[in-house]
Ligand binder design. Sequence first.
Ligand code: MRU
Length: 349
Amino acid sequence: MPVPTIEWKNRKVRIVDQTLLPGKLKFIYCSDVKALWRAIKILQVRGAPAIGIAAAMGVVLGVQDSKAKNFSSFKRDLNKVIKYLATSRPTAVNLFWGLERMRRKAYKNKRLSITRLKKALLSEALDILKEDKVRCRRMGAYGARLVRKGDRILTHCNAGGLATADYGTALGVLFRAHKEGKRIKVYADETRPLLQGARLTAWELKNAGIDVTLLCDDMAASLMNTRGVDKVIVGADRIAANGDAANKIGTYSLAVLARYHRIPFYVVAPSSTFDFDLRSGKEIPIEERGSEEVTQFAGVRTAPKGVKTYCPAFDVTPAELITAIITEEGIFRKPFTKTLKKLKKVVSC
Ligand code: MRU
């Protein structure tokens, strides 16, 4: 990433405001938990791993001025903050994963003084950020093994540096393959309604000097049929124990199209994106966003007033349409119900 997506700076969280890209590269500083909650809600910070880091830092913001004198009142403050942050967005499990890690850290260190406990929480949030960087590099390295010289790769939404602490999940694979000299050609879906593909993915790939072509979401079938696509590579927001994967709305259609055209379909995600408590994708909560995101385009109304809308922000790709899931612990193939048990074991150690 040319700039760090999210950082801790002098008791504040510094975030690249992703709603303004690519027109403006501006940082915002969240100095309290409400500002951070809003930044997640309105997608100033977005993408599953980045949301997890933001949530962990949000906990630090939320408790840093706590007046608690003992652990039991600190615990009350902490749990209030965690409960509040958990309402910001429902689908990316990294948010809840980050919050739970912070809760565990506090409970494990309940014997510390409150001042030292606050320091321990900050260090946990910074560890989460550091670990995400390592995960990105490892996913990139595993995923690039699957990429051949000259591959034409289609991606959706933004699963890059802006969605993580480093260079991304799906885009991490592309950055690594590019660095290895594989001369890939990337197609980026614009990703209606909020255009993460057009605004963010195209920006990141262009900055990195990767050959990128932008297309509207409804052009993917035609692209596969006429120009040809060798692989579809996307990120994920929550993956159930059976491999069903929630990602940005439109991902499922790509998986269906990929199956028809016999194109391998890969999901790239860190272990923090897996929700082993859910047996299948049917249990994944799907965020519904405001109807204005569908009735408007870049702030301009494009639909008649009062029209009904359908606005899910994510969809679930059934495991059977996924060729493999690339994680920092390696590449997992079908049957996912069996192979992902190994991942669960490794990450719960
Ligand atoms: O609504 P967003 O922009 O937060 O959705 C993001 C996605 O769907 C990404 O593809 C996903 O989080 C993977 S990020 C590495």
